[in-house]
Design a protein around this ligand. Sequence first.
Ligand SMILES: C[S@@+](CC[C@H](N)C(=O)[O-])C[C@H]1O[C@@H](n2cnc3c(N)ncnc32)[C@H](O)[C@@H]1O
Length: 276
Amino acid sequence: MDYLEFKITCKKEFSEILIAELAEVGFDSFLETDAGVEAYIQEELFDRASYTEVIEQYQELAEISVEEGKMPKVNWNEEWEKHYDPISIGNEVLVRASFHPANPEVKYDILINPKMSFGTGHHATTYLMLRHQLEIDHMGKSMIDIGSGTGILAIMAHKLGAATIEAFDIDNWCVENGNENFELNGMTEVKMGHGTILEVNPSGPFDIVMANINKNVLLDEMEVYVKLMKPEGTLFLSGFYEQDVPDLQYRGESLGLKLGHQKSKDNWAAIAFTRK
Ligand SMILES: C[S@@+](CC[C@H](N)C(=O)[O-])C[C@H]1O[C@@H](n2cnc3c(N)ncnc32)[C@H](O)[C@@H]1O
């Protein structure tokens, strides 16, 4: 699968919003750089009209300039050694690549070799979902990670003692990378699936349902997620801004859910739902 690469130079404060807008039009991998954002999209998913609409909307305000290219064959480890620092979540979690040294003091050591996949803990939404996970009991529970990216949330569930874990993503790169990351973290019994929730058709029900995708996909698919929740289960959602929480809350309530704990970082939100 070939990827197109867009090296976007912009004012620093616009990086996050451009990532969110480009994710809505099919871009699936991003690297925040000192100059702005590097954004990647599968060649066959690229729609120039919707991409141009996003760029034009922010061009003047964000002082955008773009250098387009095709994804060269790169050594991802080398790339990530340049750009990817380990991330700590409190004193408990360290998310690192295998080329970073381990810290024996840390309770949960998560190994992620991210390649092209989203989910290293650097993005606020991943960070917030991990924070939610640290606050709930996973021991012996069942968990599903919808739109797994690197597989980081499924790996966190495994480290926290979840007994059964399902994970899947629509992107082949993520599936390949997620399975590598599962092996790195000793999760040999879990294989990442490929497709949307309707294609994968997980059987469930699950104690913990997690989806960090984007507002539109979540609104479309939430009804299916709710069917996968055990009566006492919890649904965690992220991939949207704080100002979008009321829309998700409204949809959740129409499906018999009540909004629970909410976390925010850099204007992004991650929310928890239980049944009313
Ligand atoms: C924001 S990333 C989250 C990755 C990871 N779960 C995390 O928390 O860091 C969203 C992921 O969802 C995948 N995705 C997008 N739409 C999807 C859909 N309808 N079903 C499943 N996965 C989807 C993307 O390929 C991407 O890997």
